[in-house]
Each structure stands twice: as C-alpha cells, then as structure tokens.
Design a protein around this ligand. Sequence first.
Ligand SMILES: NC(=O)c1ccc[n+]([C@@H]2O[C@H](COP(=O)([O-])OP(=O)(O)OC[C@H]3O[C@@H](n4cnc5c(N)ncnc54)[C@H](O)[C@@H]3O)[C@@H](O)[C@H]2O)c1
Ligand SMILES: O=C(O)CC[C@@H](O)C(=O)O
Length: 390
Amino acid sequence: MYKVKLYNNIAQVGLDTFNENYEVKEDLENEDAILVRSANLHDLDYNPNLKCIARAGAGTNNIDIKTCTEKGIVVFNTPGANSNAVKEIVFAGMLLASRDIYGGIAWAKTQESNENLAKDMEKQKKKYAGTELNGKTLGVIGCGAIGVQVANLALRFGMKVRGYDPYMSIEAAWNLSRYVKHDSDVKDLYKNSDFITIHIPLNDKTKDTINKETIALMKDGVKILNFARGGLVNEDDILGALDSGKVSAYVTDFPSPKLVNHPGVIAIPHLGASTAESEENCAVKAAQETMHYLQYGNIKNSVNMPECHMDFNTPFRICVIHHNVPKMISQITNGLSDDNANIENLMNKSKNDIAYTILDLDKKASAQTIEKIQSIQGVIRVTTYQGDTL
Ligand SMILES: NC(=O)c1ccc[n+]([C@@H]2O[C@H](COP(=O)([O-])OP(=O)(O)OC[C@H]3O[C@@H](n4cnc5c(N)ncnc54)[C@H](O)[C@@H]3O)[C@@H](O)[C@H]2O)c1
Ligand SMILES: O=C(O)CC[C@@H](O)C(=O)O
C-alpha cells in the first residue's frame, strides 16, 4: 500500500485517480508521496521514505527543490494544466484596469432606493469610463504555457503583442502566433508596451524583475499585471510608481497588506487557477505522475529530475538517481554482476547535475547488490520495483 499525504484541498477527481493500492489523506506518517498546491513546504520534516512531491499546479517556489534533489526526492508539477484559467483571468484583469468597472459596480450597489437611477447613472458613468484594449500594445514577459495563450488571445482583441523569453521551449514556440513580435532585449518590450504581463517562475534570478529601474524604462501610465508570483514585482517600487502616476494600474493575484488599499492596485486573492476545470486537470495530472513514479519509476514533468520513461516489460526494475558524472553506468552495471542478472533494457537521462538510470532485469537483484549500488560514490537513491507490466 502506497501512502500519499495531502497538504491542500485536491480536486476529488484527482483523488479518485488513485487505485486501491493507495491510501490518500491528510493525516499520514511515513508517506511515500506528497500532493500539494500552494502550501509552503520549505520547512518540511522529510521522512526517509518520501520519494516524490507532486505540485498540482505550475509554480514550485513553495518547495525546497535543492533539498529534495539532494535527498533524491522527485518533484513534479503539472505544466499547462491551469494555463487556460490564468489566461482568462488576465483578460479580466486587463479590462478591470482599463475602465473602472469595479467602481461603477460598487456605486450601482448603493442605488437601491434611487427612483431616478436610470437618469442619474447617465451622469455618473463618466467617472468610470476608460479606454479599450483594441490597438494597445501588450508586452508578455515569459512565453510559456500561460504567456503564449495570453499573447495569442490578445491578438484576437486587436492588440499589438510583443513577447520576451530567452529560454522559450520549442513546444511553446510552435504554439505562439507569428504575429507576436519577438523582443530579444526586454528593454524594447518595456519601452513600447501599454500593458505588461509577467508569466515567469519566481526564483533567485527573477525576484524583483519589475523594480524601480525597469519601471523607469516603461511608458508613462503603463498598466502592469502579475498573475505569476508576488516576489517578481518589488512592492515598494510599484507603490512609488503608482503614486507618481508612472504606472496607472497594478493588477496582482498576490496581494499583500501593503498593497490592498492603494487606489491603483487591483488585488485578486490568488484566483488565477481557481476554476473547476483547472483544479481537476492539475489534480489528475499530479496523481498520474505520482502513480507512474511510485509504481514504475517513470518520471514525467519533474522540475528537478530528467524526463525518463520506459515501458515495464520485465518483472524486475532498479532505478538509480545519481550525480551526472562519468563512469556511473559502468559502476552500476558492475554492481549487478554478482547476481548474474541480465539487463533487458536500460535507459539513462540527465538534467543539469542529476542523472537517472532505469535498469530492467531478468531476475531480482539481491539486497547486497542493491546496497552495493547505493554505496557507489555519486549515487543518491536506489529504488527497486517488482510487479505487473505497465
Ligand atoms: N496565479 C496563478 O494561480 C498561477 C497559475 C499558474 C501559474 N502561475 C505562475 O505562473 C508562472 C508561469 O506559469 P506557466 O504555466 O506559463 O509556466 P511555464 O514554465 O510554461 O512558462 C514559464 C516561462 O517563463 C520563461 N522564463 C523563465 N525565466 C524567464 C526570464 N527571466 N525572462 C523571461 N522568460 C523567462 C520560461 O522560458 C518559460 O517559457 C508559474 O511559474 C507560476 O508561478 C500562477
Ligand atoms: O493551486 C492553486 O490554486 C494555484 C496554483 C498556481 O499558483 C500555480 O502556480 O499553478
């Protein structure tokens, strides 16, 4: 029986994905896997049995990836599973930043006993008027699953669109409309955009991407949208720019007490992925990734380990997480020689400093052999699998 510990509410359809071999609940000890959304796991007390953490969502800044990698814990996310939900709310944010729809609705709610409402509102409405998206320029920083969808939809709104992403994946490039202007220097995007939306992960390199210096490069009155992570935008700098009028609106899915009452801030309580569809997509994908790893050692959509997937055609499998250094495969295969086991299939993949090797054998490796492989310098974790074919 595999134990999967829950750290957040996970959509039921995701939980139903687990079969009878899984115990899935919040109150568990010695868990094999963790399923999480946004809960902060930075102070996690890692139990030695923990093999993987699946983040039902895109951002993994709530997980200590470095420590997980050192301990041989595979961290998964669910790329693209909530991108449509975020794309849609970005447009809600752009529209709310263009006209004072929110102020107008708030005024209308106070008019319950106004017999002259039809007449009065025609006078009042000029207070909430604004501008259109059509013809404006949108700058998209980060053209991944979300950025590409936002860019493509903005074209349908009649916007001119510029994109900046020096690390763009081939898949994302295939999906991006050719009418999106590619900025190889982000300064060009800053200088020419009426709206700027940011869709990149938060990490040490991207923290405070939007700050005093980058804001100074932008157009006067620019509107900035942040549905990625709060730490990407320096709060003091954005508040200063709102006060001076340099930035005319800041739409954020990550409000803080400092931001919420500024008139230029449109604060949304992290609703980007809060749709039934995206919660279900993420939960099912995270559950599948967890099961494929726990049962077969196959890795898909991991942020700290290489993609490595092999059909399970023999009953005995060994998976080794190790450093990406020379002579590892020969040492691992030599380690098997005492058992006289034949390697039916082997796959080795690497990602940065980490490599992963799957070996399918015709017979079960002995406990001594597994210990021997585990003791090879550079080996982080060895896991054995036995069972039905995939
Ligand atoms: N508000 C929400 O509920 C919500 C939902 C989903 C994702 N997110 C956030 O949005 C982020 C993006 O999500 P995604 O699904 O599009 O991820 P993604 O991995 O598909 O795309 C991220 C893109 O950012 C690019 N990138 C990385 N560093 C960059 C940099 N310095 N400059 C420009 N581009 C850079 C990458 O090359 C990649 O194409 C996530 O990391 C997460 O933090 C928020
Ligand atoms: O789980 C959520 O509700 C939000 C997820 C979102 O921030 C993400 O990074 O995917």
